[in-house]
Design a protein. Structure first.
Lengths: 289, 298
């Protein structure tokens, strides 16, 4: 797999406090990478280092594309100009060859409703959208967004979510997004990294999480799946056979019940595990366990 | 004499200005060259950036940019399709494996079972599972031929009466509807709505939409407007807006697992877009409305 960003033991200290400790992550090209962590876990510091706004104390990182876009903290803009003029300045700064795509970007972030109003009259959410628009200028291959849906109304959240998915799908753009709204992140992200006290505690692909959606399920590996099938049919459990003798069974099943089921089927239970129901549950389990 | 000096000064200035200009242009072309290379080998797909303001250089860069962006989008689309294909194959093999393993285990049991009532029960279960398999493969087949239909939908177009197609399709579901107590309400405009496309494609679109309703709903109403917009409304009390937004995704099923592959509406969507129409779904007070817009002839 191609990685657009690889970091190697990134460490950042603010005086005595260690904000990042040996952070090594790999961001696959074309992914939507969700960075999850509590306040002060080090998400923003990591993003600032990658965007070149801060310098790390130790470690290296490598970005495999020439241009990146970023929205971190408050976006910078000219208060007296409107959205179009602000983007025009950004286009000039970047040396882009034409202004043709400005309206496309304005529509994409849902700023078309603002018309010719100067940015000074914008609400917080609208400024956030302008910040997103600025980060997208020139359609860079890697876009870094720190809490992009902060201060957006529910409709705005949907607009931004769809925009991210569209750009990812159509242009293959890679996004690194941090958010504390885990459910929102769960809807778009293809990869997750969990960060706590400056350390990456887990990196996981969305498919591994999604297998466990839609209610409670358990994963089990047994010595003879076909024997168990009959017992499960008898009891009315719905199940799926994933691999050689590996099953995913739906329903609230405890280890005791599972033991009884396998006993009845005359086979051995080799592995048993609860699948998590949500990203939030997963995250909390991860922090506590 | 002084004229001669003046001329040489002017010439010297011109040489310097032109020299700078050439240097800048040279740099611009190096930049363009690098970006074209990066775009072609896929390391860069963002818009072209140029350090010069020269109009001609910018125009060249912009034209190249537009072409390469299109190329990039197509490349992403193909790669995506390839990935989807692989995912689909995995999903299908999972779907097939579950009933097959179950059937296998019942066959084993049958071999050693002497009790007739038990044998009968096992046979019943095998029957259930095989019919599940049959439905599954049937839908898969439908999906694979839909690619052919897409092809001939571009070839054999004719003027078709939309109302007649809808009525035909509804009639073909009569058995399913009546067994669930569905009495479809219909409303048609006074004048005929004619669309120009393949009859087969149209039939298939409505078959997929209605079979979905036949599976999950207990009421159904179909409305055709004189503008060529068909709305199919049925009750779906448990659907959430998020689920509705995914209805057209391939293999997305709301009730998990049995009897459905989640292909029906995604086929409908593909076909509708193929004939230049649009399809959407929304939920309001527990009623699911699927809206299909066709291009009208008259």
């Amino acid at each position: 797999m191609d990685y657009i960003l690889t970091t190697d033991t990134l460490t950042k200290r603010y005086k005595k406090h260690e904000a990042l400790k040996d952070v090594s992550i790999k961001v696959p090209k074309g992914s939507i990478f969700g960075l999850i962590g509590k306040n002060g876990a080090g998400k923003t510091t990591l993003m600032r280092i990658i965007s070149g706004l801060q310098v790390q104390n130790k470690g290296t990182f490598r970005i495999e594309c020439p241009n990146i876009g970023a929205l971190i903290d408050t976006p910078a803009y000219y208060r007296t100009l409107n959205a179009y003029e602000n983007l025009k300045i950004q286009y000039l700064n970047l040396g882009l060859t034409s202004y043709e795509t400005i309206p496309e970007i304005i529509n994409m972030v849902g700023l078309d409703i603002a018309g010719k109003k100067p940015v000074a009259s914008y609400s917080f959410g609208m400024r956030q959208r302008l910040g997103l628009a600025i980060a997208l200028c020139g359609f860079p291959d890697l876009v870094i967004l720190d809490e992009p849906i902060n201060g957006l109304d529910p409709q705005g959240i949907v607009v931004i979510r769809e925009m991210i998915m569209k750009l990812n799908k159509e242009r293959g753009m890679t996004f690194i997004i941090s958010s504390h709204l885990l459910d929102e992140l769960a809807k778009v992200a293809t990869d997750f990294a969990f960060i706590d006290q400056g350390k990456i505690i887990k990196q996981i692909r969305a498919e591994e999480l999604h297998d466990t959606k839609n209610g409670k399920t358990v994963n089990a590996r047994v010595s003879d799946a076909s024997a168990l099938c009959k017992v499960l049919d008898d009891k009315g459990f719905s199940y799926e056979i994933k691999g050689e003798n590996e099953l995913v069974i739906k329903g609230d099943i405890t280890l005791t019940v599972m033991n009884e089921l396998t006993k009845e089927a005359g086979c051995e239970l080799l592995e048993f595990g609860f699948a998590d129901t949500s990203l939030e549950g997963y995250f909390i389990n991860l922090l506590e366990g | 004499m002084w004229i001669f000096i003046l001329i040489s000064i002017v010439l010297a200035v011109a040489v310097i200005v032109l020299g700078i200009k050439t240097a800048l242009l040279k740099r611009a072309f190096t930049e363009i060259d690098k970006q074209v290379k990066d775009h072609l080998d896929g390391t860069n797909s963002s818009s072209f950036q140029l350090s010069t303001g020269d109009r001609n250089a910018r125009k060249l860069a912009n034209d190249l940019n537009n072409e390469l962006q299109e190329l990039h989008k197509e490349r992403v689309f193909l790669r995506d399709g390839d990935k989807r294909m692989k995912e689909n194959v995995t999903a299908i093999s999972h779907d097939l494996r579950t009933p097959l393993t179950a059937i296998n285990s019942y066959v084993d049991l049958l071999e050693n079972e002497t009790d007739d009532t038990k044998r009968k029960e096992y046979l019943e279960r095998i029957k259930d599972r095989t019919s599940e398999l049959k439905d599954l493969t049937g839908e898969l087949f439908k999906y694979s031929v839909s690619a052919d239909v897409q092809y001939d939908s571009q070839l054999s177009t004719e003027d078709v009466d939309l109302q007649a197609i809808i009525e035909n399709s509804l009639v073909s579901f009569y058995k399913e509807f009546s067994s669930k107590g569905i009495d479809p309400e219909t409303s048609f405009p006074s004048e005929k709505v004619i669309v120009n496309c393949s009859r087969k494609t149209l039939m298939r679109i409505f078959d997929n939409v209605f079979s979905n309703a036949a599976k999950y709903a207990t009421s159904l109403s179909v409305k055709l407007t004189s503008e060529g917009v068909v709305t199919v409304t049925n009750d779906a009390p448990d659907l959430t807006p998020v689920q509705v937004s995914r209805l057209f995704d391939k293999y997305y099923t709301v009730t998990d697992g049995s009897n459905s592959t989640g292909l029906g509406l995604s086929i409908a969507k593909e076909l509708v877009s193929k004939i230049g129409g649009h399809i959407s779904a929304e939920i309001n007070d527990g009623m699911l409305t699927v809206t299909i817009g066709f291009k009208k002839v008259i």
